[in-house]
Design a protein around this ligand. Structure first.
Ligand code: CA
Length: 259
């Protein structure tokens, strides 16, 4: 990739399209905007963007259809925009391979934080063996499979540990119940949503200072869970997202402040 990263915006509402264009251009993105799903697919194929921001309610071709067709040949990161309050639509979009979503109305700060998180995940080396995961309050030694919370070692059951490892691997990303079930228990348990709830409660009890008001293991209401990703200080490297680099103003507090 040369030059500035490319963002394709597929959004039929002119005001939101304009806001996105201005916000991203300011942060050194090249931006193209199209207003319907079919045009979006053509542009995605011809222009090869590094990121797609996709509204779900579009004329002609629905956003979910655009996503499904796009995923048939492209793994480009996709952030969904939705005004719909139906959780099931968000779950569908995530299970179809969307990387994240924002519910309208959203703030630019929120959007930029999501973009940084998606681009960081994209540029994490999938083959790099991580040896530890560290937050301000707890630490996991991924080689010895040991967990320390505020100075004391805690024991996790094998399932709790597996769930924790999946969340660490996908940190920052909202994981649907289905995705967590498949990753931890396997495809045969895809309907057993209560497993996830039970084990997430256990993890919170063992790791969170206040399990009732979690800072790390966040609930995305009706959708799934997200392990809050600590925003890196200066060590992330510039990456394709100029906003993540040193010297750029932070747009928002870390997502850990969300509950
Ligand atoms: Ca729309």
């Amino acid at each position: 990739m040369t030059g500035h990263p490319r963002c394709l915006i597929i959004e039929d509402e002119p005001e939101i399209g304009h806001l996105l264009r201005v916000s991203l251009t300011l942060r050194q993105w090249q931006v193209e905007t199209v207003t319907d799903g079919s045009q979006g697919l053509v542009r995605a194929a011809n222009w090869r963007p590094d990121l797609v921001i996709l509204d779900l309610t579009l004329p002609a071709l629905d956003g979910l259809d655009v996503l499904a067709r796009l995923r048939a040949w492209s793994q480009v990161p996709v952030i969904i925009l939705t005004a719909r309050t139906w959780e099931s639509t968000k779950v569908q979009a995530l299970d179809l391979g969307a990387d994240d979503y924002l519910t309208k109305p959203f703030s630019v700060a929120e959007l930029m934080a999501r973009i940084r998180s998606v681009m960081r995940r994209l540029h994490r080396d999938p083959h790099a063996r991580e040896t530890a995961f560290t937050t301000a309050e707890w630490r996991v030694d991924l080689e010895q499979r040991r967990v320390w919370v505020r100075g004391s070692e805690v024991h996790l059951t094998p399932i709790e540990y597996r769930l924790l490892c999946v969340l660490i691997r996908e940190r920052g990303k909202v994981m649907t119940h289905q995705q967590l079930l498949t990753a931890v228990w396997g495809p045969h348990h895809a309907r057993a949503n209560h497993y996830v709830r039970i084990y997430m409660a256990q993890l919170r009890k063992k790791i969170e200072a206040d399990p009732g008001a979690p800072h790390y293991f966040l609930t995305e209401s009706g959708v799934g869970y997200r392990l809050a990703e600590p925003e890196p200080e200066l060590d992330s490297g510039p990456g394709p997202d100029g906003a993540a680099g040193p010297g750029q103003p932070a747009d928002s507090p870390p997502s850990a402040s969300r509950t």
